[in-house]
Design a protein around this ligand. Structure first.
Ligand code: ADP
Ligand code: ASP
Ligand code: MG
Length: 457
């Protein structure tokens, strides 16, 4: 039995949904289907909530665009058939969404909690339409709302899943062997039954949770490229498929921005030894990428390159930091209290400065917590300044083969130097599987292409 997850890119319109349904129907084994929202819908929902929060009536246009995209798909999918029941189901959901957005407009406030509820409509609408389409083809199907199965904490916007409780609920809910379940990706609910989400791109994670709960033989993530590629294909033209990835490599790549899989996807499947395969709905015969346990033989030092946009670094600097063990700990606890995620850390051995790389959207909060926490050190001049540099990019070079190989960093830095890319900070993971560099945003394309050409292409 397998889990097949299809992302928004495979569900852009009625024709794409038809194509996806053909892939599902061509399976001989039992399949559990996990779907994202239709392409672009989650972004429209986000935009709608921020317009409504600002008292801007424009959210009505987004609502219409969302409704029309589903209506258009229904036109294609139910051609010559009775569309009324599915139109009614869509209208009910759109009506509910409109009421919520109107509420947000009235109070001019949209908490993360309300945001999660608003975003949940994307997956719910899509699964409602697709399950109805299967039924219209004579296949017994049911939309299965993940909020009845996946239990999380109430960290709205990106909640943490309680695995065991979720697994037993999943097994309970998906118990009829005759029914094809169309499961909503991305969404879940808290212990109190409030709607939560697993973070952007979270449907991949939903698929692996379902796979682990049902003891599936394989989890397939279907998208619009031939698996995990050596680099982001939008930036590096000759990026190509990596046929096999170790779990660690795949985790590093996704953590450092290869959005083709959500970073948490592999956690549930690793535990149960379930392989994850990334495939292309536009090219189903391509083998894609297999991520699984076991060693992989490689010719190249570097397996893939990933990057994270819009990061900033904060440099905490001062002569008085020398040998004072407490400062690093104060910095980390200040950021933890602020709820800011540290992506990368470097400290020069002179101990005069610690450099932390975080998302630019969190800089303001981070600095204000740091200034509060380090008030005494700043007053006593142990710390001279806290500098911020914006518009940066992290490039992560990843590969199991880098372990123990000499000369890679040298070649990496000299190739970038020759291309005129200035490196602002460097970190190497102790696993030796990852070298991360911070560069200016504007050098991103040159850097990715240079590294790809030097080590991969
Ligand atoms: P889906 O809608 O199927 O979830 P996503 O847009 O989330 O798809 O992820 C697929 C996209 O990720 C690809 O279209 C590609 O542009 C982008 N991407 C970035 N880095 C990589 C990479 N290393 N390998 C493959 N795709 C990548
Ligand atoms: N629809 C959600 C998003 O756009 C989840 C997903 O696509 O995986 O982030
Ligand atoms: Mg995705």
């Amino acid at each position: 039995m397998k889990v097949q997850k299809f992302g928004g890119s495979s569900l852009a319109d009625g024709d794409r949904i038809k194509n996806t349904v053909k892939i599902i129907q061509s399976e001989n084994e039992r399949v559990f289907v996990v779907l994202s929202a239709m392409k672009g819908i989650t972004n429209l929902l986000l935009e709608a909530s921020s317009s409504a929060e600002n008292g801007d009536k424009n959210y009505i246009n987004n609502l219409q665009a969302i409704r029309d995209q589903h209506y258009n798909a229904i036109e294609v999918l139910f051609e010559g058939k009775d569309k009324q029941p599915v139109i009614e189901s869509v209208n009910t959901l759109i009506g509910e969404l409109k009421d919520i957005l109107h509420g947000v407009e009235l109070v001019q406030e949209c908490s993360l909690r309300t945001g999660d509820l608003i975003m949940s409509f994307g997956e719910r609408l899509n699964c409602t339409v697709t399950a109805a389409y299967f039924n219209s083809l004579g296949q017994k199907s049911e939309m299965a709302d993940a909020r009845d199965m996946i239990v999380t904490d109430d960290h709205y916007g990106s909640s943490n899943v309680f695995l065991d409780r979720s697994y037993s609920r999943i097994r309970e809910r998906l118990s009829d062997p005759e029914t094809l379940y169309i499961i909503t990706g991305f969404i879940a609910s808290s212990e109190k039954g409030i709607t939560t989400t697993l973070g952007r791109n979270g449907s991949d994670y939903t698929a692996s949770l379902i796979g682990a709960a049902m003891n599936a033989d394989i989890v397939e993530i279907w998208t619009d490229v031939n698996g995990v590629l050596t680099a982001d294909p939008r930036i590096v033209d000759n990026a190509h498929t990596i046929p096999r990835l170790t779990i660690e490599e795949a985790m590093e790549l996704s953590y450092f921005g290869a959005e083709v899989i959500h970073p948490y996807t592999l956690m549930p499947t690793v535990e149960k030894n379930i392989p994850v395969v990334i495939k292309n709905t536009l090219n189903p015969s391509n083998k894609g990428t297999i991520i699984g346990t076991g060693p992989v033989i490689r010719e190249r030092a570097i397996t893939g390159i990933a990057s994270i946009d819009s990061v900033s670094f904060i440099n905490v600097e001062g002569g008085g930091m020398l040998g004072i063990p407490g400062i690093a700990s104060s910095i980390f606890s200040a950021l933890a209290e602020a709820g800011v995620n540290i992506i990368m850390i470097t400290q020069a051995s002179s101990e005069h400065s610690i450099c932390i790389v975080i998302r630019s959207s969190e800089v303001e909060k981070a600095v204000s917590y740091l200034e509060k926490k380090l008030e005494y050190e700043i007053k006593t001049k142990k710390i001279n300044r806290i500098d911020v540099k914006n518009n940066l990019e992290i490039i992560a070079v990843i590969g199991e083969n880098m372990k123990g190989m000499t000369g890679i960093s040298g070649k990496l830095f000299s190739s970038l130097g020759n291309s005129g890319v200035n490196i602002l900070a460097i970190a190497q993971g102790s696993s030796e599987r990852n070298i991360s560099l911070v560069i200016e945003n504007r050098d991103k394309e040159t850097a990715l292409n240079t590294i790809h050409k030097t080590f991969i292409a």
